[in-house]
Design a protein around this ligand. Structure first.
Ligand code: ZN
Ligand code: ZN
Length: 261
C-alpha cells in the first residue's frame, strides 16, 4: 500500500501528464499546505500563475472546493473517522499542476484554560472556566471537595456551602496528551464577631490584662482574672484585696465559643 507522500506524488505526476494548451511558466499558491483540526472548518487560498485558467484536478471527498478565478475556497467536514487523514488538492493551470497537501487531525495539538485558579465564597456555588483546545475528547480529574463537568469547551466547577474551615482542591483538564490545572479554593465560614480568631477583647479589662480599681480609699492596678490572670495573693493587702497577675486581655468569643467559625 502506498504511503501518503507516495500517493500525493503519484496524483501530482498523473496531473502533470495532462496536455498543455496554454503554457504557464509558474503555478503557486499562498499556502504550502492545509492542516485542520478535527472539527469542520473552511478557508481560502490564492493561486498565482501566468496561465489562463485554473482548474481543480483533484480534491478529497471530505473537502468541498470552489474556484473563483484565482481564489480557491475550501470547506472541510468534521473528521469523525477517529484517524488523521491526509490527501491533497491538485490545481492545474497552463499545463502545470500544483499539489497542496491537506491533513486533518483528530487529536489535540494544544490545551489551555483561561483561569488557573478560582475561588468560592463560603456559600459555594458554580463557576465556569473556558477551555481552549483543538481536540474534542476533554476529560477532567478532580481532587478535593468539589465537582467538575465539561460541556463543549466550558468547564463548570461546583462547590457546596462550606461551614468548616477553608478548603482547596484542583481540577485537571485533559485532552489527549495535554493537561491543564485549575486550583480551587472555598472560603470557610467565619465568625463575624471575632473575625475567625475565636477571641475577643476582654470586656472586664478592655484588653489591657489588668484593671484599675479603687478599694477602701486606695487605688491601683490589679491583674484581670477574667482573661486569665491568676490569684497571686489573697487578703495580703491592707484591706484584704484579692490580687491577680495580669491576664491576656482576650477571652474566648462567646458567639463561636472560641472556634472562630
Ligand atoms: Zn481581662
Ligand atoms: Zn467568634
Amino acid at each position: 500500500m502506498m504511503n501518503r507522500v507516495t500517493m500525493i506524488m503519484a496524483v501530482c505526476a498523473m496531473m502533470m501528464g495532462f496536455a498543455a494548451c496554454d503554457n504557464a511558466s509558474y503555478l503557486s499558491a499562498n499556502m504550502q499546505e492545509i492542516e485542520s483540526n478535527q472539527e469542520a472548518s473552511e478557508g481560502v487560498l490564492t493561486l498565482s500563475s501566468d496561465g489562463k485558467k485554473f482548474e481543480i484536478a483533484h480534491s478529497p471527498e471530505w473537502i468541498t472546493v470552489n474556484l473563483a478565478d484565482s481564489v480557491l475556497s475550501y470547506n472541510i467536514v468534521a473528521n469523525d473517522t477517529h484517524e488523521v487523514r491526509s490527501d491533497s488538492i491538485v490545481v492545474t493551470c497552463g499545463g502545470m499542476s500544483l499539489c497542496i497537501p491537506v491533513t486533518q487531525n483528530v487529536k489535540a495539538t494544544y490545551l489551555k484554560v483561561d483561569q488557573e485558579s478560582v475561588s468560592f465564597e463560603k456559600e459555594g456555588g458554580s463557576q465556569t472556566v473556558a477551555i481552549d483546545t483543538d481536540g474534542g475528547n476533554i476529560t477532567t480529574e478532580v481532587t478535593g471537595d468539589i465537582t467538575a463537568s465539561v460541556e463543549g469547551k466550558t468547564l463548570s466547577i461546583s462547590a457546596a456551602a462550606n461551614d468548616g474551615g477553608s478548603k482547596s482542591g484542583e481540577v485537571t483538564v485533559k485532552c489527549d496528551e495535554f493537561s491543564a490545572k485549575v486550583k480551587v479554593t472555598v472560603k470557610g465560614s467565619m465568625c463575624a464577631r471575632c473575625k475567625g480568631t475565636g477571641k475577643i477583647k476582654c470586656p472586664a479589662c478592655g484588653g489591657s490584662g489588668s484593671q484599675f480599681v479603687s478599694s477602701g480609699g486606695e487605688c491601683g492596678p490589679i491583674g484581670c482574672n477574667r482573661c486569665g490572670g491568676r490569684l497571686v495573693m489573697r487578703g495580703g493587702g491592707p484591706r484584704g484585696v484579692d490580687l491577680y497577675s495580669d491576664g491576656t486581655g482576650r477571652i474566648n468569643c462567646p458567639d463561636c465559643k472560641g472556634a472562630g467559625r
